[in-house]
Design a protein around this ligand. Sequence first.
Ligand code: SAM
Length: 519
Amino acid sequence: MSGQGNGASVPGTSAQAPQPPVVMLPDGRLQQPAKLGAVVSDALRRWYLETEKEALRGDVKAQALLGQMLIEGYGCEADPAKGREWAEKARRRGYRMDGRDGGRTMATATKHGSEFILQTTNQSLATRLWRYALGDTLFYPPGIGQAEQVGPYTGSTGPCLVRFRDSQLTTAQLNSWILSGCSSSAAIVRVYWLGGSPGTATSREDLLTQLAAAGAPPGPVRLQVFPRRHEAALVDALPAGWQLQPVGPEWVLNVLQLSGVEGEAGAAGQPAAAPPERQRQAAAAADPQQPAEQQQQQQPAFLWSLQRADDLYNYSPDRTKRIPDQLCKAAAKLEEALLAAGLAATQGVAIDLGAAPGGWTHVLARHAQHVIAVDPAAMDPRALASGRVTHLACKAEDAVERIQELAGDSGVGLLVADVNRHPVTLPDMLRPLLPLLHPGAPIIFTLKFYGFGFTREAQWRGELAAALGEDFERVQLVWLLANTRHELTCMAVKRAAPAAGGAAAAAAEEPETAAAAAQ
Ligand SMILES: C[S@@+](CC[C@H](N)C(=O)[O-])C[C@H]1O[C@@H](n2cnc3c(N)ncnc32)[C@H](O)[C@@H]1O
């Protein structure tokens, strides 16, 4: 039988007839011990094929492992010459075997995730992407990895980069996530894939030496350099044989200079000066969990990685920043907030306070059976066109009774508000409507900050949680990509109803346990 990868012939591969399950008898013996070897061979074979796939995609760690597997015939028919080629390829790209176990790393090798770096159109968007990773939302797909802002940065200046380590996403999964979000596709201009273990170079000369040693890939290459101002110089200095082709390449060479970058507008190659005291304070305020003093970590001067160009992310500068048939820019906020809340559909009625001209209402009409839009101002007729929207042309404070009547038995499944209110006064407007919400129903509202208000974020979060009361949980302030610089979005969820009978019933059944729990 022929294997798929290198034509190797291996007994017990997945292409053979399915193996019966491995059954252990009561005395500990295997029912069919002869078949266990085949099961193990199958697992090894699949590991080999997966490693080969990653190696062909350009993952240097997988290339080193593939070399070892071929040399030893691990999961494949031994082919030492081919194995040495792969091992040498990985070594030339800067990969070092760790030397334990005589340099054989297979026994200790585990499948680590990949790294990638997202570049945004401005530093504040990079901060927001990083903050999302710290919060408790469903904004990112599972397995995105651990996020870290690349510094030095302040609230508004910096390299505009967020680095994700140990990601389990494939390039295709990451691209489809970016492109599916209106805000993310407008904010993210480049994706630098670094694979499992990017090359590190201490200087430009070291980088060029490593690239020369690695050799040109077998196909045209697109160069993605950060900061971009170094791109032209690197094009001129690349070793012979590298065939550059920005459009339709087969490979992408990512090169990033991460230490001492001041952002695209900074001086070429000069280390960034320590930010002045005011900038330092602004950075600490924007990122309270990562003081500015700790941002300048020791990094190698250059990170580089050669990757296959399949699924290369392409930012289109003329891509519409609006969602299809969007009524106004504000709609992007609700689209993003619903994504972060993981809300695809609303049970019952949705209430939109401060609804005019109707961008949010228009979005909600796709998520709920009935939307009650409250605003004294006129609504855009397109927002009412679905026939599932009732416009109450009055202030929210005067609409409570009418909303109660309209919601009726179906209750309220979602409450959103986008009025120009400060966090101190907004809860007063929401409070009379909160009892109408179903248990588990989310509330989403925009907070407007002026002056230094934004820097007291932790204080506002506490005050909002107190104002919403015990009935609400998971109160968080999210800085949506679609928010302005003076807005945050508050999201919270109404607690699920206590189990039937509640604490009293529990106390009657198990008095000691309930009393202990209450203490
Ligand atoms: C930023 S706009 C809302 C934009 C809207 N979310 C959209 O997507 O089209 C703020 C709206 O809040 C309304 N507003 C202000 N105070 C209000 C109140 N007390 N009750 C209801 N609406 C109010 C204003 O009339 C204004 O139309």
